[in-house]
Design a protein around this ligand. Structure first.
Ligand code: B12
Ligand code: SF4
Ligand code: SF4
Length: 314
């Protein structure tokens, strides 16, 4: 197969607007990622996300037979807006403030994949941004973008953890980068700050307890009455907000699509508790938060209001 150097690929990725790019070879890796995934699943920490047990997730060869390299990519999404402390105001996590990251990252991944294919037509490429059974953070760490931290997020030295991750799998052999080393040290701020003790031990997030899981993925009619919500209605940023790396390294994104939709910054809980389908459709155009259906928005807002009225009860 004709050669393409890693340096040329990385230059192209940066030209397309990616903030970070690195390359991982397929095997062997000593990070125990597959064991960690199986242990997490065995403990039932995936809650109702049964798709997390897809065996392809533990074997990238099943996603693309003959895969030789993974080009890992990241986009910074941080903007310097803050959440309100007013208990009447709902909190929406940063990842959902702007345009749907799947679309924004995918557009660039597609452009890079087409370019790669054009350079070396004999290769096969496939790309993902949380759109298939691939462990995005694991490949990002292996490609040197950052480290999987105790709060379960991948932290980069340039932007903290406020980055979305995607990757291109290719049958092309590319020179790889070294995996990133871990830099949490003795810090435990995220474990201590999590309002629901969802980080059961360093690096291990139990979705059954995580506010992000319940507000975004849980489809039940009501939320568990014992779940603390602290105003969150769509995701949760607490374990990232308290992280000293984020406080030091966050920098505003240059991607206009990630600027918040104005109505996502300080919505009122009592408005969201009666959000109708038409307003939902208008407010959430091209937003990742369409995953949260209108009745879930109402449920999440009401659960917050009920907890305020009667702590511990719904
Ligand atoms: C399932 C999932 C969730 C679930 C479960 C969370 C989780 N940590 O798994 C829920 C719905 C709760 C969730 C929430 C969020 N998510 Co999410 N989620 C995913 C998804 C689809 C899979 C993650 C996964 O593989 N989990 C399985 C477990 C086993 O893996 P893990 O927790 O990463 O554990 C790794 C390490 O911690 C380590 N490990 C595990 N156990 C142990 C034990 C020891 C002793 C050691 C040393 C290590 C270790 O090994 C594991 C890797 O094999 C990815 C997209 C993707 N396809 O990868 C996005 C993804 C991880 N999510 C993302 C985001 C943004 C979020 C939220 C921040 C959104 C929000 N603001 O509300 C929160 C953060 C919650 C948190 N603290 O993790 C981003 C993270 C970007 C980044 N910088 O890291 C991703 C990568 C999507 C993307 N492509 O950008 N998410
Ligand atoms: S997202 Fe919120 S609830 Fe989930 S682990 Fe982090 S701090 Fe805890
Ligand atoms: S708060 Fe501390 S322990 Fe948690 S992810 Fe950040 S550096 Fe690591």
């Amino acid at each position: 197969m004709p050669q393409l150097t890693s340096a040329v690929v990385k230059n192209k990725a940066r030209e397309l607007g990616f903030h970070k790019v690195g390359i991982a070879a397929i095997a062997p890796h000593t990070d125990n990622a597959t064991n960690h995934l199986h242990r997490w699943l065995a403990q039932g920490y995936q809650a109702e996300m049964t798709w997390m047990a897809n065996p392809k997730r533990a074997d990238i060869e099943q996603c693309l037979p003959g895969v030789k390299s993974v080009i890992a990519l990241a986009l910074n999404y941080y903007t310097p807006h803050t959440h309100s402390d007013d208990p009447a105001i709902a909190k929406i996590s940063r990842y959902g403030w702007g345009r749907d990251y799947h679309r924004v990252v995918q557009k660039r991944l597609k452009a890079l994949a087409l370019w790669l294919q054009d350079q070396v037509p004999e290769q096969t490429v496939r790309y993902y941004v949380d759109t298939g059974p691939v462990q995005d953070k694991v490949w990002a760490q292996r490609a040197g973008l950052g480290w999987i931290a105790k709060n379960g997020n991948l932290i980069t030295r340039n932007y903290g953890s406020w980055v979305f991750l995607g990757e291109i799998l290719t049958t092309l052999e590319l020179e790889s980068d070294r995996p990133h080393t871990a830099h949490c040290g003795t810090c435990t701020r995220c474990l201590d700050a999590c309002p629901t003790q969802a980080i059961r031990e360093p690096f291990v997030v139990d979705a059954n307890r995580c506010i992000a899981y319940h507000t975004i993925e849980n489809r039940a009619e009501t939320l568990p009455p014992e779940l603390t919500l602290d105003g969150w209605v769509a995701g949760c940023d607490v374990c990232q907000d308290v992280c000293p790396w984020n406080q030091r390294f966050a920098q505003e994104t240059d991607i206009a699509d990630f600027q918040p939709y104005p109505e996502h910054l300080a919505p009122r809980l009592d408005d969201l508790a009666k959000l109708d389908d038409t307003t939902w459709d208008q407010r959430l155009r091209s937003s990742a938060l369409r995953r949260i259906k209108p009745q879930m928005w109402r449920r999440n807002a009401r659960a917050n209001l009920n907890r305020e009225a009667e702590p511990g009860g719904e």
